[in-house]
Design a binder for this molecule. Sequence first.
Ligand SMILES: C[S@@+](CC[C@H](N)C(=O)[O-])C[C@H]1O[C@@H](n2cnc3c(N)ncnc32)[C@H](O)[C@@H]1O
Length: 212
Amino acid sequence: MLLPSSHRSKPPLSKPIMESHSGDSLLIDSHSLDSSRYSLVGADLRFSSDLEEKLKKHNLDTHLPTLLIAECVLVYMTPQQSANLLKWAASTFPVAMFINYEQVNMTDRFGQIMIENLQRRQCNLAGVEVCRSLDSQKERLLLNGWETAHAIDMMKVYSFLPQADVKRIEGLEFLDEKELFEQLMQHYCICWASKDSSNLGILVFPENFYGS
Ligand SMILES: C[S@@+](CC[C@H](N)C(=O)[O-])C[C@H]1O[C@@H](n2cnc3c(N)ncnc32)[C@H](O)[C@@H]1O
């Protein structure tokens, strides 16, 4: 989770917040940022009760439809810790969607090299076991309280982009390492899960949506 102190020290992040809140009360300390319209809270995601307490202090209404996004964060927790977080989210928000972007296909040679490179930089991926495959990613969501789960790798996402735009942009910036780019894209995925106890319709995806 990005701490408010990072926002303060990075003008591209802090400037729009300051500008859009001129005239509003805006409280910032090293672990949180609070205003009537926007809050940022730093928390250790391994401890969901602390997280919930902090979010409630910032007036989170768990009954509103909620979108939760994790970007390369769950992989730093053990499978048990990320399962607990997902279970907490599924039981706390009656209508919600969880989007997770992180590594996948990590048991092949390329994945192993990614892990070794990170370990050499003292970066341990404690939860990499869940990043075995798209199925293991979906399974974690389904086993922890989410009603639907989908997962696709980023190469597939790339193939869904409008091809005319892809060709135009590839023409602007020549991609000389296409094979490496494709391998990298096959080792990251986007997963989305939902639950909809009020039947608002957020679970409705066409049959075989994106083949996932
Ligand atoms: C590869 S970065 C991804 C950045 C992330 N998408 C963001 O917006 O800050 C991994 C991030 O995971 C965070 N992280 C790792 N373990 C965490 C935990 N137990 N609780 C909260 N954040 C954690 C690290 O602080 C780091 O910022």
